[in-house]
Design a protein around this ligand. Sequence first.
Ligand code: HEM
Length: 325
Amino acid sequence: MKFTAVTAAALASVAAVSAQSSNTSVCDKYSMALLNSTQGAAQKTLLTLVVNSALIGNYSNATSATATVKPTGILTTNGTYNGTNNINLLKYFDGSLLSTNRNGMPSSVNFLDGGGAAPLMQNKAANDMTSNQYMLVSHLYEYFGYLLGCSSLGSDGFSNYEGSTSMASVHKYMNLDSAEMGYFIQEVAYAALSFGVTMDDVTPVGTALNSLFNNKCGAPQAVPATAPASSQSICVDPSCPVAANATCTADNTGTNGTDPARATGSSSSGSSGSSASGSMSAAGASGSSGASTGSGSGSGAGKTIAGGAAAAGLLGAALGVATFF
Ligand code: HEM
């Protein structure tokens, strides 16, 4: 199973995994299996399903009837990863923190301004193509489409990646730690698993995501392969592992452990350790648009179903998923 051009070139361990199986990418294999096509439109649909599910939790009737794990959603205040509870990633997306890099300055940006969860549940990036949400979510389709080796990226409505090519720079002011990264990657993996991607195919993806992004001090690498080489280190909190053969510099160590400040006048999406309100998760929203205000203000819209979250976490643990990523 070929994972990606970048991992084949940059990550010997993943290249070895790839060489053992076939030359078909994960994206091509599953766009054919699930959507009977490797055209750009089908591959964009596949990435839309995976990314939207990872962001808001399981919502799609395309979910496999035999799915043993389902994502609870990145846009939450109470994620669980590997025994760590109350992981709050929503606060990085709702504008409550000065955590976004704009022209080298920590800035507050609301990435839920395109309708929040409601359009995501309709298999769209956002209601409004000029929104921050549309830009971010579209870029995630393209970037993960590249990472998963979609052969039709760049055609038939599925654009090549058009965002920043330094993940260290994009995530610089978030000061993300291992649990936050682990939860994000776990949710991407659970989303893929929920659509029928096998554990054998998900595991090398998780390994590659960890190798590329889940560390600090990473040496410059070109992602996509045509981009200038830049650091891709996203996990830069002092607790994060140091990348192999790394030299720590100002470009790959984020803020050296300083958490982002709260944006002036913002209402928090919930500090860590808070209760389960404020989630944007589709679980429990019952298809309503109640979670779509985009404020992420912790008002209680779209509460996560605790039982669903716990069940997925337990199943994941039982399957050993969490320990793979
Ligand atoms: C495997 C791990 C991750 C990957 C591959 C990844 C990838 C990306 C990509 C491709 C973008 C779009 C950049 C652009 O539009 O120029 C992005 C933006 C963003 N990511 Fe991540 N990400 C990861 C982990 C995380 C985590 C753990 C968080 C924390 C909540 C996070 C929060 C964000 C936010 C808030 C943005 C918008 C930043 C901006 O537009 O400046 N990401 N990410």
